[in-house]
Design a protein around this ligand. Sequence first.
Ligand SMILES: NC(=O)c1ccc[n+]([C@@H]2O[C@H](COP(=O)([O-])OP(=O)(O)OC[C@H]3O[C@@H](n4cnc5c(N)ncnc54)[C@H](O)[C@@H]3O)[C@@H](O)[C@H]2O)c1
Ligand SMILES: Nc1ncnc2c1ncn2[C@@H]1O[C@H](COP(=O)(O)OP(=O)(O)OP(=O)(O)O)[C@@H](O)[C@H]1O
Length: 521
Amino acid sequence: MAPNKLNSSGNTSMPCSQGENGFVSSFSLFPEKVVQELLQSPVQGSDDHLIEFSEALRTVAKALRLVAEGKASAQAEATEWKRKYELERDRNLKFEHAEKSCIEHQADLDDVRTNNPAKQPTLCNEANGQSEKCCSRNGICSHEVLRDGTRGSDSKMVKKASFKLSWFSKGDQSDQYKHDIVSFERGNITTAERSSKQISLKWESCPQTVLILTKPNSVSVQILCAEMITWLRQQKNLHIYVEPHVRVELLTESSYFNFVETWNDDKEVLRLHTKVDLVVTLGGDGTVLWAASMFKGPVPPIVPFSLGSLGFMTPFYREQYKECLESILKGPISITLRHRLQCHVIRDAAKNEYETEEPILVLNEVTIDRGISSFLTNLECYCDNSFVTCVQGDGLILSTTSGSTAYSLAAGGSMVHPQVPGILFTPICPHSLSFRPLIFPEHVTLRVQVPFNSRSPAWASFDGKDRKQLAPGDALVCSMAPWPVPTACLDDSTNDFLRSIHEGLHWNLRKTQSFDGPRET
Ligand SMILES: NC(=O)c1ccc[n+]([C@@H]2O[C@H](COP(=O)([O-])OP(=O)(O)OC[C@H]3O[C@@H](n4cnc5c(N)ncnc54)[C@H](O)[C@@H]3O)[C@@H](O)[C@H]2O)c1
Ligand SMILES: Nc1ncnc2c1ncn2[C@@H]1O[C@H](COP(=O)(O)OP(=O)(O)OP(=O)(O)O)[C@@H](O)[C@H]1O
């Protein structure tokens, strides 16, 4: 440390510094009297005195240095605390902001769900630089995935295509959404004019990436898949994704398919919705279910081609795949937003309701049944914490309206138009003469609990797969998922639905009574 210099008046200029936040002068650390004595006492001529004085100065300097160092570290600590505080404060501000916008967004969603016309959102679309309100609860926020561009196989940056969803009704030119809740004018409660709300998807930028999913172990499907990929690449210059095993099959056939892309692990599957503009399924209903199960969040529009057996949800014919795809890629597309159920298994050992296993999304239904046990199931059911009933029989089906024509139908449930938002509550062979199926509104949360006095465990299965055992005390909680599956219509939601129950299930098909016969008198 540099020796202290005497200033012009013989005073020692002691080290002191003004730090950025008011670091005090060193002198104020000592009693005024001592400092004055030190500074006033003139340096005596005698060596002893000089030595004594310089010793005293050294001691003071050391003390000051210690103080300064102590102050500095205290200062550094204070600065560090201040930095941490500012970081925490910024984080809290961000969180509050996010929470506030989430509350606003939820309010928007609630407004949408209560069909508040003033709040009808139109989907976001950053492609043309407009930042509009967020999408509806049942829509797909195309802007949410637009941010991620990806590199195509030719290493060109591929942006996700943007699109807009709108409601339109055939007769009415405007696509304004008509609110269909009751309105109250002059004391008369009336239901607003209902409009056929067919949902339409309009591309705002060209789709560039297609994922093709195929039913396994089918030669005819493999042949069509190779042909369709070749056409999409040569005529439309699209990026194509397939499942890993399909890419291996294609390359075995010809190295031409080297441009086809795939993924390496489940983490990449979770990001698929940020890359894929359109999904094409080649198979039956199970392939559509398989396609939906690959998306744990937003689902790109799905174009199901019928190459299965029944094909209830697969309206497109393989023979006209070129015309179909031309029209789909050009748009607009009539789509059916097929609601999904989000299921959580809550184990008895869980500490609280939020400690659940990974949520499972189903497009058809979740069933809770007796499995291989020969005993009746005994399931306690609640709707929003209100007791509903106790199911004693083979089990219970909680189904979407899309799944109303699947297992639920076989168990005696009603067939419901897939655009109707609701949850079907259908018992499987109930041992009771009075148990009729129910349909709940889409906003409820259903809970199925295995009571502790149940003679055997129950089993849950999701779209017919992934069976999980439910021990006494375990529960399954189910509610509407926020991400529906948008499937393209050949005509529109209603005509496609009617065609599938007529052609697929031969609903109410009977010989017509002959004209001749007794007459009314
Ligand atoms: N007793 C039954 O009817 C029964 C039993 C088990 C599963 N299923 C259904 O099978 C579905 C799984 O289908 P998969 O193809 O993976 O298995 P799968 O191959 O066993 O097909 C079962 C049948 O259900 C039909 N199906 C599937 N979803 C349908 C829907 N939404 N509407 C009308 N029919 C539909 C399929 O076309 C198929 O013919 C389950 O979600 C369940 O609904 C039905
Ligand atoms: N890409 C896939 N990977 C693995 N399994 C699949 C895939 N696609 C379909 N599956 C399964 O293969 C089975 C048969 O598929 P799918 O249901 O489409 O054909 P299908 O039964 O002949 O037709 P349908 O369901 O219309 O009667 C289903 O259980 C389905 O879950």
